[in-house]
Design a binder for this molecule. Structure first.
Ligand SMILES: Cc1ncc(COP(=O)(O)O)c(C=O)c1O
Length: 398
């Protein structure tokens, strides 16, 4: 007889995954996946980097490495993070992880006991919600508006759950799924709250580099840069959205004590992240290929977002609203309250288009009238048609 652990019951229902698998059909125009565009991967640069490696470097790339990360990558990543103003000193630890997802999952593993509370934004990133839940956490979401988390509601939530709250999880830059960026004032207020309460913060920032306009660069400054160096903030980043998720590389920068404990947990999770891709990522950074590459990628996503926004303007009926992203991959659409996003999904799918329903991102899985559209992956020439199909589905349900 198969006897699963109790934690399996905390794993999130697969209803949404089932819906998503329907959208995997190549004939469907899908805005579902939060994926970079295949045509933007730096394939030539990676070819060149690999060919340029010495035999010894290629052997290192095929070998196990230290759990904390490939030392040259740790060094080049530190230079990169320091250039963003992030604190790289003795008080902080840096760990390379197998994607940002692993950093989130391992932090959950070392910090959460069943019944602990994690406060998140609502909506929030589905992968993080699933990780927190898998360790038995109770999730409580605080609403977002166009400038970030609702500060009064956050304070009330923290008062309500008090000591049971282990940490707060936020995505301030080009939010997945909400597509918003926190204002400076909202960031300051959030920091004030966590400092006053000495609350741990998990700051997830995989999209911060993907601003559409250079003028917005200053708006993406991480909370960890703005905060006092002693604040218990774990900053999670990723190469996935700027480089390629297939590299499976992310990182955790945080108070040394936390990062060392996470490293211990990583030893039994996967011993080390892939050395092969760490070697490539190190060379990419060390050869200073990142700045020009990012410029190209930012322009490409800005163009795609523009195409989707104009299609929405043209096709959506009155009463439907959406966020206007200044970077990242997503926009968040709110339909009239009488509409259930699952019904729109079913109707749109029948006619060949797909998206992710809003309830997937609700910490408690509650149904709602919202959807996430990713403009990053779908072929540009299919965006208009896909939006038309979804808009027709909305109209049919009004
Ligand atoms: C907000 C957020 N955090 C983390 C991740 C996971 O990133 P990675 O592929 O590096 O594990 C994603 C991927 O969609 C994301 O959107």
């Amino acid at each position: 007889m198969v006897k699963f652990s109790k934690s399996v019951s905390n794993m999130r229902s697969s209803e949404i995954r089932k819906l998503m698998s329907l959208a995997a059909d190549p004939s469907i125009i899908s805005f579902s996946g939060g994926m970079p565009n295949n045509s933007l991967f730096p394939i030539d640069a990676l070819d060149e980097i690999y060919k340029g490696l010495t035999l010894q470097a290629k052997q290192v790339a095929c070998q196990y490495g230290p759990t904390s990360g490939y030392p040259p990558l740790l060094k080049s990543l530190k230079t990169y993070l320091a250039s963003k103003g992030l604190p790289i000193d003795e008080s902080q630890g840096l760990l390379i992880t197998t994607g940002a997802q692993q950093a989130i999952s391992l932090i959950s593993k070392v910090m959460l006991d069943p019944g602990d509370v994690v406060v998140t934004e609502n909506p929030s990133f589905i992968g993080a919600l699933a990780a927190f839940k898998s360790f038995g956490a109770a999730l409580h979401g605080v609403a977002l508006d166009g400038d970030g988390i609702d500060i009064a509601a956050l304070s009330a939530m923290l008062d309500r759950y008090g000591e049971a709250v282990k940490f707060l999880y936020v995505i301030c830059n080009f939010h997945n799924p909400a597509g918003i960026i926190y204002s400076k004032e909202r960031r300051e207020k959030l920091l004030e709250i966590i400092t006053r309460r000495d609350l741990c913060l998990l700051e997830d920032d995989p999209y911060g580099e993907l601003y559409f306009d250079d003028a917005d660069k200053d708006r993406t400054v991480p909370l960890k840069v703005m905060a006092d160096k002693t604040a218990p903030i774990c900053y999670v980043g990723s190469f996935a959205k700027i480089f390629g998720p297939g590299m499976r590389l992310g990182w955790l920068l945080g108070p040394r004590e936390i990062v060392e404990t996470v490293e211990l947990a990583k030893q039994s999770a996967d011993a080390c992240s892939a050395t092969f891709t760490q070697v490539l990522a190190h060379e990419f950074l060390a050869q200073n290929k990142m700045p020009a590459y990012l410029q190209m990628v930012r322009r490409a996503y800005k163009k795609r977002a523009g195409i989707m926004l104009s299609a929405l303007e043209r096709c959506m009926p009155a009463g439907v609203t959406w966020t206007r992203p200044r970077g990242g991959f997503y926009l968040w659409v709110t339909m009239p309250e009488t509409i259930n996003a699952s019904d729109v999904f079913t109707a749109a799918l029948k006619n060949g288009a797909a998206f992710v329903i809003g309830s997937a991102f609700d910490p408690k899985g509650q149904k709602n009238n919202c959807m996430r559209l990713a403009f990053s992956h779908t072929p540009e020439e299919k965006i208009e048609k896909g939006i038309q199909i979804i808009a027709e589905a909305v109209k049919s349900l009004l």
